[in-house]
Design a binder for this molecule. Structure first.
Ligand SMILES: CCCCCCCC(=O)SCCNC(=O)CCNC(=O)[C@H](O)C(C)(C)COP(=O)(O)OP(=O)(O)OC[C@H]1O[C@@H](n2cnc3c(N)ncnc32)[C@H](O)[C@@H]1OP(=O)(O)O
Length: 163
């Protein structure tokens, strides 16, 4: 298995991975060509019930992790089409968590099924997700006019393209 290497963040404003978004999660991702991973501590302002992390924030983390895996492990740009989340154990504000994701199924040339899970430092799975992702060629994604072409080109250069 290849070594884990850091993946390049492109959009500084993204709520999940933007390093310049002062309200965001500042997620950084690593891949070994088969999986994508990240670790983070949820900031205090994203709490839900007392000291618990809001479930919608955990869903965002899972969506982001599956998205990065879908992009870097299939070599396509993506849109999340659907996802399900199972919240299994509470996650607390200030607790370090780890998330990992992978391509579970190549449903068709334009669709992939992804999975992700969030674990606490004891190794317990706290939340897990499955998602269906629409896969786009660079040309098709540029045509959709959702993301500036220069950002897509910068990301294109750093993709793994291993699945
Ligand atoms: C690094 C940063 C990572 C950040 C990741 C964050 C992930 C996200 O949150 S994405 C945001 C949330 N998701 C969305 O907004 C998706 C909204 N949904 C959609 O756009 C559609 O339902 C979609 C594309 C997912 C699935 O569409 P689907 O039902 O398969 O196709 P359909 O509705 O028939 O097609 C819609 C259009 O997209 C085109 N299209 C659909 N899939 C593809 C594809 N894989 N390749 C090319 N074109 C496609 C169709 O040709 C059609 O185009 P047109 O309107 O010109 O006819």
């Amino acid at each position: 298995m290849a070594e884990w290497r850091a993946l390049k963040n492109i959009d500084p404003h993204c709520f999940a991975c933007g390093q310049g978004n002062s309200h965001g999660l500042h997620m950084r991702f690593f891949s070994n060509g088969e999986r994508v991973k990240s670790r983070l501590v949820i900031p205090d302002h994203l709490r839900g019930w007392h000291t618990l992390v809001h479930g919608g924030v955990l869903a965002t983390i899972l969506d982001e992790a599956m998205s990065w895996a879908a992009i870097h492990l299939t070599g396509h740009f993506i849109l999340t089409q659907e996802m399900t989340v199972r919240f299994k154990k509470p996650v607390h504000i200030g607790e370090e968590i780890r998330v990992q994701s992978f391509v579970n199924e190549r449903v068709s040339p334009k669709k992939a099924g992804l999975k992700a899970e969030i674990c606490n430092m004891s190794g317990d799975v706290c939340a897990e997700s499955s998602g269906l992702f629409a896969l786009f060629t660079t040309e098709d994604f540029i045509r959709k006019d959702l993301v500036p072409a220069h950002m897509l080109e910068a990301m294109n250069e750093s993709m793994w393209r291993s699945a």
